[in-house]
Design a protein around this ligand. Structure first.
Ligand code: GDP
Ligand code: IMO
Ligand code: MG
Length: 423
């Protein structure tokens, strides 16, 4: 059996959580492989809306094993809160949720360091979620981080203190206040005691064992391909490999074992945080998109920047991920527009038109070149089959498929599970 991967092709918040929840009945395992509480994955069903940050989005399906993989950076305090928040759903999390002992721990000082680094960058700040993601991955790669398995060791506190001393030196260099630290540490050690009672495992054996016994696994990406640390708009990226290859290192699965790669994209674009966004709209059209799409961050509540669909960026993401199926989200948000634009190329300051994301492009002022299509301008709220789509939406889908060369097999027309049209 092969492992399927589901990931975002834009700057995050494409609707990954919704689709993992929709697809979950076809799988036996759902696994997160990178990122941490910077993610906010929203699920809506039976009139309930729920946002998950670190727990995989298969948690509401009782037959599914949910794995937090080794590639994840995990905040014990936030995990405890998330699990407490599941209380009303009668989920057997000690059975349905397991955590890799090799996942990296976010300690309180990582969050302070995240804030200190951002403050020191002034107007060049990344717009981080301030969840400590960058500093934690820095320590992982720098070989000084703590891992989930360490909390079971009798000398965990000593290891913690060693890391703490290192962080304090840096915080004092940045002159960053640590007066909140004591209170954060109390919460942290309480949460660590709680995590000790959960199912902590060598998840690479569980994942590979599941594949060997023909169980179906879905790897759930966080963030989006344009925030990938290697291929995103560096330095305005997150600190992990958000692309399909990250599912291999983040779970211990060989590349030859990857099956379908589901690429999720919005019918337009959004971005939170700083960094280039060629099709961003600063006018009433952008404002209308934000309002209609309720484009406010699931993790930080920040308003999301909005703009038209960017084909060069989408083609790039499809290429680096080897996407086999496309899923288009939030088509309903475009209901309100009489005309819909799609960026086909970028015009460089020299006048040259390109459709590649070259190294240089991050630092350039590029002008999007648009194709304009007629909007459908009607509600999709009650449409439940592709045949009943308005012709203009069918034309939009057909144009994208021709340009992207990958089938669009699912179109989402609202946040609820049932507002999902499979072709
Ligand atoms: P994720 O991070 O990729 O899981 O996405 P988020 O949950 O951060 O953001 C997606 C938002 O769009 C959530 O509020 C979803 O409930 C909502 N959503 C998902 N699909 C659709 C859709 O097809 N139409 C509309 N209007 N909203 C959607
Ligand atoms: P999901 O999984 C959207 C953005 C932040 C910032 C940059 C770096 O819900 O799609 P970080 O905290 O990772 O150091 O921030 O990445 N970012 C996201 N944007 N959705 C996310 O996750 C994001 N996770 C991080 O806004 O620009
Ligand atoms: Mg999100």
């Amino acid at each position: 059996m092969k492992m399927d991967v589901l990931l975002g092709l834009q700057w995050g918040d494409e609707g990954k959580g919704k689709i993992v929840d929709v697809l979950a009945p076809q799988y036996e395992v759902v696994a997160r492989f990178q990122g941490g509480p910077n993610a906010g994955h929203t699920l809506e069903f039976d009139g309930i809306k729920h946002v998950l940050h670190q727990i995989p989005s298969g948690i509401f399906r009782s037959q599914i094993l949910n794995i937090i993989g080794n590639g994840v950076v995990l905040d014990p305090i936030i995990l405890k809160k998330e699990i407490d928040g599941l209380g009303k759903f009668s989920i057997d999390y000690r059975k349905n949720l397991v955590i890799s002992k090799k996942a990296t721990i976010i300690v309180p000082t990582h969050k302070l360091l995240d804030a200190a680094y951002e403050q020191s960058k002034g107007d060049k700040k990344i717009g981080s979620t301030l969840k400590g993601i960058g500093p934690t991955y820095q320590d992982k790669i720098g070989r000084s981080a703590l891992r989930i398995g360490d909390i079971l060791s009798p000398d965990f506190k000593d290891k913690y203190d060693t890391l703490l001393e290192k962080h304090k030196t840096t915080l004092s260099f940045y002159n960053y206040p640590t007066d909140k630290l004591e209170e954060m540490e109390v919460q942290f050690f309480e949460a660590v005691e709680f995590i000790k009672t959960l199912n902590l495992i060598d998840s690479e054996y569980v994942v590979n064992g599941a594949l060997a016994s023909n169980k179906r696994i879905l790897a759930e990406g966080a963030q989006g391909s344009l925030l990938d640390v290697d291929f995103g708009s560096y330095p305005f990226v997150t600190s992990s490999n958000t692309m399909a290859a990250g599912a291999c290192t983040g779970l211990g699965v060989a590349p030859s074992r990857i099956g379908e790669v589901f690429g999720i994209f919005k019918a337009y674009c959004t971005r939170v945080g700083s960094g280039p966004f060629p099709t961003e709209l600063f006018d009433e059209t952008g404002e209308a998109m934000r309002k209609e799409g309720n484009e406010f961050g699931s993790t930080t509540g920040r308003p999301r920047r909005c703009g038209w669909l960017d084909l060069p960026a989408l083609k790039y993401s499809i290429m680096i991920n080897g996407v086999t199926q496309l899923y288009m989200m939030k088509a309903d948000v475009l209901n309100i527009f009489e005309e819909i634009k799609i960026c086909t190329h970028y015009e460089l300051p020299s006048g040259e038109k390109i459709d590649r994301l070259s190294f240089e492009i991050t630092d350039m002022e590029v002008k999007p070149v648009y194709k304009t299509m007629k909007g459908w301008n009607c509600s999709l709220a009650d449409v439940r089959s592709y045949e009943n789509f308005p012709d203009e939406l069918k034309a939009y889908v057909a144009y994208l498929e021709k340009e992207l060369n990958v089938p669009i097999n699912l179109i989402s027309v609202g946040p609820d599970r049932i507002q999902t049209i499979l072709r």
